[in-house]
Write a protein that binds this ligand. Structure first.
Ligand code: HEC
Ligand code: HEC
Ligand code: HEC
Length: 408
């Protein structure tokens, strides 16, 4: 020791090393002794609190430099973010008026009221916080790491939050109809539908008429149950739906699926401008043989032949939702049920124009123009999946239009 001290006097670097080592050993000894209080009730010293927030702000700013914000004005995007906020964020951050549950107020650090904070962050910084959460605080990361599009929907909503009254907020987050809509039927509405599903999908399953929420009313039962179980087991990726189904028993989800399968969801859309209906119809009914893309109707209908209940009907679905799902398939970010490989087999060969046109076309079909298969019919479950013939079975109902499709 004596020789070490002697050396330290001559070489300042050695002195520094010895001091650091001594402090580290001392610090470890204090931690090991267990005398440090980590109780949340004590709060942070002001200097600790300042240091933590300074570090967090610098970290977020630096990491957000590389992030480019997309356009965030789409009302459907804002509504999707609002609906998620109500379920996933409000329990900690409260409503615009500033009501926060007691549990949230007892957290350390306390989840801040966001209204007054939003202006101090850029869209990219908010994206970074909502996607990754904040370490050592209760602020969680986004549940589905591959769904940046959903994180942006929450950012789109957060940027509106400061100007919202509680009334605007409820309309946006739970749908205009919430207070007035009575379900006028003798039928029992499952509690889960009333408390959860209806605020986004509506009681009729039409998705509140917004492209943000898929139509699920009248969808095939086999598909609905498989989709819900895929979300619950993390095989289909959506931070919104994964938060909804987390901890809900399978039996309850099945009841919600059965309720929606028996509804009739809204009307078909009119043809959207800027899309080529004839091309969309041709892809749907014949595929694109030159690129080995199968006819969509083979699996999805509409068709005179009953379709397997694990294949979703696309007729009357929101075009915006169909486009998003096809893009997610291409990025391998959607996930899905055990049958999702059927889409992955060819989806990469669809161009952006193909996707735009075929999605717009399916949106204009009557929602229930497909033939449902009763649950007890053969083939309703445990079936083999045939490879569809490409182009030799064009359904009578959507025949006509769009021969000679080139590989545009
Ligand atoms: C379990 C409670 C909890 C949930 C749920 C939660 N947060 Fe947080 N959030 C926090 C806490 C605690 C902080 C404070 C972190 C800090 O002090 O640095 C925070 C911080 C934030 C901040 C930074 C605010 C600022 O200026 O420092 C934003 C933005 C935010 N949360 C948004 C959200 C959104 C959007 C959601 C829903 C997707 C959400 N939070 C869900 C607890 C929560
Ligand atoms: C907070 C809003 C919200 C709530 C509440 C909600 N959903 Fe969803 N749901 C969505 C969104 C958004 C999607 C699209 C997710 C995606 O991109 O995969 C979706 C997708 C679905 C799908 C897949 C549809 C398809 O065509 O693949 C089903 C099935 C579904 N929801 C059923 C339900 C049921 C049943 C409930 C109630 C237990 C429910 N949802 C509650 C927003 C919600
Ligand atoms: C071989 C059968 C098959 C063919 C052909 C097929 N699909 Fe699919 N598609 C499926 C299956 C199965 C699913 C459901 C995957 C899951 O359960 O997650 C699906 C899902 C989809 C979805 C998502 C629906 C939703 O509600 O989330 C879209 C959009 C879609 N397909 C579009 C198309 C288009 C466009 C074509 C034609 C170019 C096509 N599909 C051809 C089997 C097929």
């Amino acid at each position: 020791v004596k020789r070490l001290l002697e050396r330290a006097r001559r070489h300042p670097w050695v002195a520094l090393g010895v001091t650091v080592a001594a402090l580290a050993i001392g610090g470890l000894a204090v931690a090991a002794s267990g005398i440090l209080p980590l109780k949340a009730s004590a709060g942070h010293w002001q200097v600790t609190s300042w240091l933590l927030h300074f570090t967090m702000r610098r970290s977020v700013s630096t990491h957000a430099l590389m992030i480019d914000a997309p356009s965030l004005d789409d009302p459907a995007l804002v509504a999707k973010g609002a609906a998620h906020y109500d379920l996933g964020c409000r329990p900690c951050h409260g409503t615009p008026r500033g009501d926060r549950p007691a549990v949230a107020l007892a957290m350390l650090p306390e989840p801040p009221l966001l209204q007054s904070r939003i202006a101090s962050w850029s869209a990219a910084e908010l994206f970074y916080i909502v996607k990754h959460g904040v370490k050592f605080t209760g602020m969680p990361a986004w549940p589905a790491a591959r769904r940046d599009d959903e994180v942006w929907s929450v950012v789109a909503f957060l940027r509106r939050l400061p100007e919202l009254t509680d009334r605007d907020y409820l309309a946006l987050a739970r749908g205009q109809q919430e207070t007035t809509l009575q379900f006028n039927s003798d039928e029992d509405v499952p509690g889960i539908v009333r408390d959860s599903c209806a605020r986004c999908h509506g009681f009729d399953g039409a998705g509140r008429g917004l492209g943000a929420f898929p139509k699920i009313g009248g969808q095939r039962l086999g598909y609905l149950t498989r989709a819900l179980h895929a979300y619950a087991e993390g095989r289909r990726h959506s931070g919104v739906m994964e938060s909804v189904v987390a901890g809900i028993p399978a039996e309850t989800l099945n009841r919600a699926a059965a309720f929606y399968a028996a509804r009739r969801a809204g009307a078909a859309a009119t043809a959207a401008s800027g899309t080529d209906q004839a091309r969309g119809r041709a892809i749907a009914s014949m595929g694109i043989p030159a690129r080995d893309i199968p006819a969509c109707v083979e699996c999805h209908g509409p068709s005179e032949l009953p379709k397997l209940p694990a294949y979703p009907s696309l007729a009357g679905q929101h075009a915006q939702y169909l486009r998003l799902q096809l893009e997610l398939f291409q990025q391998r970010s959607r996930g899905g049920s055990d049958f999702v490989h059927l889409m992955h087999a060819f989806v990469d060969r669809l161009t952006a124009n193909d996707i735009r046109d075929v999605a717009a076309f399916f949106a204009t079909l009557e929602p229930q123009s497909w033939k449902p298969v009763a649950a007890d019919e053969p083939g309703a479950d445990g079936f083999a999946v045939p490879r569809p013939d490409i182009g030799n079975h064009v359904d009578a109902r959507i025949q006509g239009g769009g021969g000679g499709l080139s590989s545009r």
